[in-house]
Each structure stands twice: as C-alpha cells, then as structure tokens.
Design a protein around this ligand. Sequence first.
Ligand code: NAP
Length: 249
Amino acid sequence: MRLPPHRHRTGVRQRGRRRPRHRPREELFSTTKIQGEIKDHSAALASITEPLNKLGLDYLDLVIIHSPQSWAEFRADSNFDKENLEVWRALEQAQAVGRVRSIGVSNFLKSDLHNILDHGSSPPAVNQVLAHVTNIPTDLIAFAKSHHITTQTYSPIAHGAALNIPELKEIAERYGVTVPQLCIRYTLQLGLIALPKSATNEHIDSNADVEFEISDADMETLNNLPPLEDYGEDGFFPVFDKAAANRKA
Ligand SMILES: NC(=O)c1ccc[n+]([C@@H]2O[C@H](COP(=O)([O-])OP(=O)(O)OC[C@H]3O[C@@H](n4cnc5c(N)ncnc54)[C@H](OP(=O)(O)O)[C@@H]3O)[C@@H](O)[C@H]2O)c1
C-alpha cells in the first residue's frame, strides 16, 4: 500500500459550504495510535489514512505504536521485534511523504526501544508510558532521555486513584492546589509531558493552571511514596495490571 504525498500544508480541509470558521491548523495537535494488535505494514498505513480521512486533515502531528505487543500478550515474553519494525517502517514512510509530522511509540520498554533505535532509520520522538506520582519508571525515562526520546505520561492522576492518597491531599492543601494539579505539576517538574484526561470543563481548566513550584523537599517526598497497587475498577486493564513491569524495565 502507498500513501499519496501531503500536498497542502495549511488549514483543516474544508468540505461543503458555509462551515463554521475553524481554528488555524497550526493550533491543533492531532495524535493517534496504531493499535497494539496491528503488526503489519499495510494495516499500519491504513490506520493512518483512516483518521486523516475521518478528520479531514492533511497530516497528523503525531502517530505512535500503542503497544509493543497485542493486548492479549501485553508484557508476556512473546517477541514482536520484527513486526514492530515493520510497523515502524510504515510510520517512517508516512512521515517521509508528509502525512505525519512526528512518529513515536507507547508502552515500550528498554528492549523494545533498542530494537527501533538499532534497526529503524529514525528514533522515536516520544515514548508514551504510564507514569504518575507513586509510579515513575525512572530507569526507562533516563534511558529514553539519553537517546533524545521525550517521555509522555498517560494517567498522570493515576486514572483518578491519586485523589484517594492521603499524603497527596496534605501536600496539595499546603500549596493551595488540587491533588490533580499537584500530580500534573510533579510530572512536569520531572521533565515529562503530562496527558491528563477529563470530561469536566472545570477540571480541564484547573488542570491547565499549574504555574506553581513544588519544592525540592516535597519532590523528594513525592518520589518516595510507595507504589500504588490499586487502580480501582479499571485495574484489570493490562496497562494498570502490569504497571510494575515498567519500573523493572
Ligand atoms: N498509551 C496508552 O496505552 C494509554 C493508556 C491509558 C490511558 N491513555 C491516555 O492517557 C490519558 C489520561 O488517562 P486516564 O484517564 O487513565 O487518567 P488520568 O488523567 O490520570 O485520570 C483521569 C480521571 O481523573 C479525573 N480527573 C481529572 N482531572 C480532575 C480534577 N481536576 N478533579 C477531579 N478529578 C479529575 C477524571 O474525571 P473527570 O472526567 O470527572 O474530570 C478521570 O476520572 C487519556 O487521554 C488516555 O487515552 C493512554
């Protein structure tokens, strides 16, 4: 399968008449993932074309491989190095023709990153991993940094479970902020890109308002809180169930 090259660089494509005015394309950052189950070149290219067509965009800003394994085999010993390289080459191809600006990975451990670094033509721009106060995969982040790979953190509020940690409530109160603000600020001070999620406008606004500084002493306290083991009713999802594997990578 071949992707046509990206021709025009500005603006969200306009279809039909009298559409409302859009924000300039440059103000949007579109990210999508290649599902963990997709491990071949043409299916990977198809899963880039589909969101481009659905969203009416000329290019995507970032596309990442969701997981090094299919979810059924997440963190199992099965080796998908060859398949991940095939998908990676599809991403490189899409990037070369301008349909994708940046390419990256998610949930990759050091050995998975090594595979791409050693055999791909270009390194991943980002690795998107589970990282939140009480669960920071320090070695993985340091490894990524040493190869100029930026770490994005998903679930920086521990999928909501951080709201129930008493130590966080106490520290957040001292700073006059909410627990989510403390959690987000903590990951930013670690040099990570935080990807909090909220379906509540008020939360979205306050989560973006994190212009305060956590002291070195409090950062140290936060660094040393015991690992969270209970993600609540969604704890059965592979990414939470296997959270400890990130820290051992
Ligand atoms: N790459 C991967 O494998 C992967 C895996 C999991 C998740 N992700 C992505 O990471 C992002 C975040 O994930 P997440 O939902 O697991 O975790 P999260 O951002 O850590 O937590 C979201 C939860 O926290 C609550 N919340 C957020 N701000 C709040 C506030 N200010 N006050 C009170 N409650 C607040 C939300 O409820 P309200 O909606 O009520 O605010 C929601 O229940 C999502 O975009 C997700 O797609 C990626």
